[in-house]
Design a protein around this ligand. Structure first.
Ligand code: C2O
Ligand code: CU
Length: 472
């Protein structure tokens, strides 16, 4: 495939060691950006079949210290999948973790029985084979486990991968799309690790003495390393996922310049938008392009982090152009987003709460399927939800399957990139947001979805409810 073997050296610690990456000799001056493998599918009769194995492994999150990790088809993270709108995909996913797992296709519009919500766990030794048509337009999704009570543990150990959805629109054709060449995945994570290399995943673990909070980019520790990437096209597209269990990641340029943001969680913005920062809560994605003249260094600012007790700024990637092409102008319009007129929408209130260490939605702890609050609605309903945060903690509000528009943020109307489509959005301590969505365009007849906080330990501690959509 179209990218060269990736060398890693210069003291950087990379966990993607049995995929495309190899540890280079100490003579290497710099470490290069790991690019997760692209998962090749096999096509027949209009169905593309993919094979994934969830497995345990080992790697070095901290230099010289072995950690127990997990990954799909490798020891850490998973390969990137490319799905094409209109195709049918079949995934054969084998669990060798020694524990139940699920695989959730975060942000995909697919029937719930084909999506690994917590009701669809499968055991060690089993293979789960969901199949569905890709209804989504071009966007960046991701996949990760979602079993009750073990989501944080499985994700932080490395079970996460990107999904690129492609479509045949003129806009998609005009944007960089050569994976690993001018279309670059960036998976950001802030983990919690003790000096023995044990990756922590709950509040008790985060607070232990000696735990540090390394920042990883595509599986490489960037605490003391700036990775390098040589761009062979002047225009380079970046798809950024914040796969952290808790922290907010803000991406910016070290020189204070602008990034040209083209997409939020659920696809293209109406137009390319110059921004100086891209703030991603846990679970969120964004896409931007850079038209490179000189080298650009990207920074990640890690904030909130009630787990890590402080913020930090990491120069994680220097992109150096080695290109002579002249990119065409970006399309002047990327998408048509008709803002919902919510005056006739059904209103609902979702309260994010807390009772000691138990996290609640509408007063119920979703630590068991029976215990979680269930919200019922009917097919084709149009709704506006007020998400009220009655805690002083930051939350990241995720709704499965259905993209939403953000109508209000702490009483203010959204502007700029917040006028895009989302599935995961920040709710600050004591704050509130209003979101609007339509439960349309389904291809199945039973619909049990999840809504939850994407701070993974909050989800495991109960901040999750189910949503039942029934035929009216
Ligand atoms: Cu990415 Cu229900 O989660
Ligand atoms: Cu939360």
């Amino acid at each position: 495939f179209g990218f060269a073997a990736i060398g890693v050296g210069g003291g950087a610690v990379a966990l993607l060691t049995d995929g495309n990456a190899s540890k280079a000799s100490a003579a290497d001056a710099t470490a290069t950006l790991n690019i997760p493998d692209l998962l090749e599918g096999t096509s027949s009769d209009g169905t593309v079949t993919y094979t994934l194995t969830a497995k345990t492994g080992t790697g070095e999150v901290l230099s010289g210290v072995t950690s127990t990790t997990a990954g799909y088809n490798g020891s850490y993270l998973g390969p990137t999948m490319k799905w094409t709108k209109g195709d049918t995909v079949l995934l054969n996913i084998t669990n060798t973790l020694g524990d139940d797992t699920t695989v959730h296709f975060h942000g995909a519009h697919i029937p719930p029985k084909m999506d690994g919500g917590p009701q669809n766990a499968f055991a060690d030794g089993e293979t789960w084979s969901p199949t569905f048509e890709i209804l989504d337009e071009a966007k960046t999704l991701w996949y990760h486990p979602h079993a009750l009570g073990t989501t944080a543990e499985q994700v932080v150990k490395g079970l996460a991968g990107l999904i690129i959805v492609e479509d045949d629109s003129d806009v998609s054709a005009a944007l960089p799309s050569e994976y690993g060449v001018d279309d670059i995945p960036i998976i950001l994570q802030c983990l919690a690790v003790d000096s023995a290399g044990d990756i922590k995943y709950d509040a008790a673990g985060y607070r232990l003495a000696g735990v540090t909070f390394p920042v990883l980019v595509n599986g490489t520790n960037v605490d003391a390393t700036t990775l390098g990437f040589t761009a062979t096209k002047k225009r380079t597209r970046f798809r950024v996922l914040n796969a952290s269990p808790s922290d907010i990641m803000t991406v910016q340029r070290s020189d204070g310049g602008t990034l040209t943001q083209i997409a939020t969680d659920q696809g293209y913005l109406t137009e390319a938008t110059e921004v100086t920062t891209i703030r991603l809560v846990a679970g969120a994605r964004a896409e931007f392009v850079l038209d490179l003249e000189d080298a650009v260094t990207l920074q990640a600012v890690v904030t909130t982090g009630w787990i890590r007790g402080g913020s930090g700024t990491y120069d994680f990637l220097t992109v150096t152009p080695d290109a002579t092409d002249t990119p065409a102008d970006l399309p002047s319009a990327l998408n048509t987003i008709t803002r919902y007129d919510t005056s006739d929408f059904t209103a609902r209130t979702i309260t994010l709460g807390q009772n000691g260490a138990t996290m609640l939605i509408n007063g119920s702890a979703g630590t068991t399927m029976a215990g979680m609050a269930m919200i019922s609605t009917t097919l084709d309903s149009e709704e506006i939800w007020t998400i009220t945060n009655s805690t002083q903690l930051e939350h990241s509000f995720h709704l499965h399957d259905v993209p939403y528009q953000v109508i209000e943020i702490n009483g203010e109307e959204p502007t700029g990139v917040n006028l895009g489509w989302f599935d995961t959005f920040e709710v600050v301590g004591g704050g509130s947001i209003k979101i609007a969505m339509k439960f349309t365009d389904f291809t199945d007849d039973t619909y049990m979805y999840m809504l939850h906080c994407h701070l993974l330990q909050h989800e495991d501690e109960g901040m999750m409810a189910s949503l039942m959509v029934t035929e009216s």
